[in-house]
Design a protein around this ligand. Structure first.
Ligand code: LMR
Length: 340
């Protein structure tokens, strides 16, 4: 544990008080792993601003970005122990909390667009998945967006064969992401987000996947010569809060925070696409990374190679969740081009 995290832990244990009866400012420590200038980073800042406004200054949100306090796995431990109150891990990482169903969001070429994702997240299915976190001492307040992921490496990634033998960094907690890299012929290497850039720089892994917002904010374009716009998978987040903390808040404070979270979620989702578009333009301007847009025939070949992942993951995710997601993701009349 880093020293700053240790000091917070000490402070938390000294500051156990009955929030419902205290007029002390209520502090929400919101820890996350990405840079401030990303969809999640900006969403966290928006929530901070709105939480202050809608609770008349009673709540102060402290945002700790860029794994300043905790890295991927440690942050779950910190949330459950009450060393921080809020996180927004990727849905992929929720496997670390023992809810494998969230990996449905990792399935390659399953969701045709963001609207399909929002239908799943905001409907009964997505809300039901968040409920599964409650026995773990965690409440899921909202789904936040980043965007579709792209592949990068130090060689062009156009045909499935181009992946052969590459070590590709993937996120912790998702067997689907590991299977995806294997199905393409690459070797998945699980690393915390904070270690992705150093590993790419040192060459211990040769490639990775992420939306361009994370790719650019982490300066991966300085160490990756090729980026393929493949939109092969999705990266989204669940905003989580320590359940005991949340349920111990005075009702009017919680109402203010609910309102702040609702508005921050709208803002976060609306900003995500633009942040990714701006990041892509910035990577282009930097001139260090060649950008390929995957043409439809190659996209179809990638999707075919990944069909096995969609099929094999059925048992882990649960056939009922898979069936409902397929039903919700593809609306009648929509072209079912990549959803098998
Ligand atoms: C990653 O580890 O690649 C992402 O989940 C980071 C993030 O939170 O966007």
């Amino acid at each position: 544990m880093k020293l700053s995290a240790f000091l917070l832990t000490m402070a938390a244990s000294l500051a156990v008080s009955d929030l419902a009866h205290s007029q002390q400012p209520i502090v929400i420590r919101f820890s996350h792993v990405v840079a401030p200038d990303t969809p999640k980073g900006r969403g966290a800042e928006k929530f901070k601003e709105l939480a202050h406004k809608y609770t008349n200054g009673r709540v102060s949100v402290e945002v700790y970005p860029s794994s300043r306090l905790y890295r991927d796995i440690e942050e779950f431990e910190a949330l459950r122990a009450g060393w921080v109150e809020m996180l927004a891990p990727s849905l992929s990482k929720l496997g670390l909390l023992g809810v494998p169903e969230f990996q449905v969001f990792d399935l390659p070429y399953l969701f045709p667009d963001k609207q399909a994702l929002y239908r799943v997240m905001d409907g009964d299915l997505g809300q039901g998945l968040l409920k599964k976190l409650e026995p773990k001492g965690v409440l899921g307040l909202a789904y936040w967006d980043n965007g579709f992921k792209q592949m990068s490496a130090n060689r062009p990634l156009r045909n499935v064969d181009d992946f052969k033998g590459l070590k590709m960094r993937v996120q912790a907690g998702s067997r689907v992401l590991e299977s995806q890299m294997r199905a393409l012929g690459a070797k998945p290497v699980v690393l915390p987000f904070a270690e992705a850039f150093p590993a790419l720089k040192q060459g211990t892994v040769q490639g990775t996947e992420n939306p361009v917002s994370n790719f650019y904010a982490e300066r991966m374009h300085q160490v990756q010569k090729h980026l393929t716009i493949s939109d092969h998978g999705y990266l989204g987040y669940a905003v989580l809060v320590n359940r005991k903390f949340w349920e111990g808040l005075p009702g009017e404070v919680r109402a203010g925070l609910d309102r702040a979270m609702k508005e921050a979620t709208v803002y976060e989702r609306e900003s995500a696409q633009k942040i990714n578009d701006d990041a892509l333009a910035a990577v282009r301007r930097a001139g260090t990374t060649e950008i390929d847009v995957l043409p439809p025939e190659q996209r179809a070949a990638w999707s075919k190679a990944l069909e096995k992942v969609r099929k094999d993951s059925e048992a882990r995710i649960g056939p009922e969740v898979m069936r409902r997601v397929r039903e919700i993701a593809v609306q009648p009349g929509e072209k079912q081009s990549v959803v098998k």
